[in-house]
Ligand binder design. Structure first.
Ligand code: CP
Length: 360
């Protein structure tokens, strides 16, 4: 559909001041009664929260194995409605949130592109989000703009009907719920060898524009003796703000372009694709960087317990023949996304106590 008007730009008093504050100061704004209300940045999560959510995800997963358990879960939130506002392409985040809502009994509405919303008539993003809040109890957003979820949650928190906003990916900036599922996956993959504490993790590929590796890097401050290895071509090196964060929190890391050299020493390899959707001309980036691909010949070079993760979608970064190797955790990882997102929604609506009681 053609646009009828350019999208309206609105100015909100106080937003610029808020926007420029350090995240550490901003997180309190997205809390209510000592609990997280809006999920905007990975820096909002501390270790007790992460442990609680991973345990909760395990419990939900366990309950969902039986018809009786599924019925209990579905009766937790049938009185709540969620809006999935996904105006940047998504398969996993959309479907895992949608199914997480179904598991807990929420009713779901969706918009999957600005061309089918009144944004095509020039409505601002802030008015669009405010409109959702008139109808639903929870907004989950995926947007191409960095900071979108932060701004809309901030605007909504000043209205008479603030509803929680969950950031399902905002530009190349943050993907905090992906970081949650990555932590949950790593904890599960390492459950017989002491969990994530003490592990060395390689992150490989387009680290400059990859929001998943950025959000996951922030979470490393919650784990003991973790080390990171950033493996990227010169043009896609991890940005300085993340490296400054790691230095501030005394998290050791190194950078290399020699992927094979670090394969034997790491406990997990987190592969990513080239994020060329953020290039001015995406088709101009045809280079696939084969030196940063995981190939079948590498499987004998990595440790027997090494977990291979990928937020997906993949292109050529992981040879499909690796999928059969038990160390390939990426298909389990995307399923973990549904369970941890169900756990997050249960926490947001404060029905997590009802789930844990089932196991006492
Ligand atoms: N990992 C992830 O965000 O996948 P989608 O883009 O398919 O949601």
């Amino acid at each position: 559909m053609d646009k009828y008007a350019e999208q309206t730009q609105q100015e909100f008093e106080g937003w610029e001041d808020f926007f420029h504050k350090p995240v550490d100061e901003k997180v309190k704004y997205f809390k209510r009664d000592g609990r997280i209300f809006d999920v905007i940045y990975a820096q909002q999560f501390d270790r007790p929260f992460l442990d609680h959510l991973c345990n909760l995800a395990e419990m939900i997963r366990h309950l969902a194995r039986t018809k009786v358990g599924q019925s209990k879960l579905r009766h937790l939130l049938p009185h709540k409605r969620a809006m999935l506002y996904f105006v940047q392409p998504s398969t996993r985040t959309f479907l895992s949130f949608q199914n997480a809502c179904h598991i807990l009994g929420l009713t779901v509405s969706e918009i999957r592109g600005t061309s089918t919303s009144s944004e095509v008539k020039g409505e601002s993003p802030e008015d669009t989000i405010r409109t959702f809040a008139s109808y639903v109890n929870l907004i989950i957003s995926r947007h191409p703009e960095a900071g979108f979820a932060e701004k809309t949650a901030w605007v909504l928190n000043q209205t008479e009907r603030p509803v929680p906003v969950l950031n399902g990916g905002s530009g190349p900036d943050q993907h905090p719920t992906q970081a949650l599922l990555d932590i949950y996956t790593l904890e599960r993959e390492f459950r017989t060898i002491g969990g994530l504490d003490g592990k060395k993790i390689a992150m490989v590929g387009d680290l400059k524009r990859g929001r998943t590796v950025r959000s996951l890097s922030y979470l490393m401050k919650n784990y003991k003796n973790v080390e990171l290895v950033y493996v990227a071509p010169q043009v896609f090196k991890m940005k300085d703000d993340i490296k400054e964060f790691l230095n501030k929190h005394n998290i050791p890391f190194k950078e290399t372009e020699d992927f094979e050299s670090i394969m034997p020493e790491v406990d997990a390899i987190y592969m990513t694709r080239i994020q060329n959707e953020y290039a001015a001309d995406p088709t101009s980036e045809a280079e696939t960087f084969p030196g940063f691909h995981l190939k079948t010949k590498h499987m004998s070079m990595i440790q027997t317990h090494c977990a291979i993760l990928h937020p997906l979608p993949r292109r050529y970064e992981i040879d499909v023949r690796i999928d059969k190797d038990p160390r390939a955790a990426y298909w389990r990882q995307e399923r973990c996304g549904m369970w941890i997102r169900a756990a997050l929604i249960a926490y947001i609506f404060r029905v997590d106590g009802g789930i844990t009681e089932e196991f006492n």
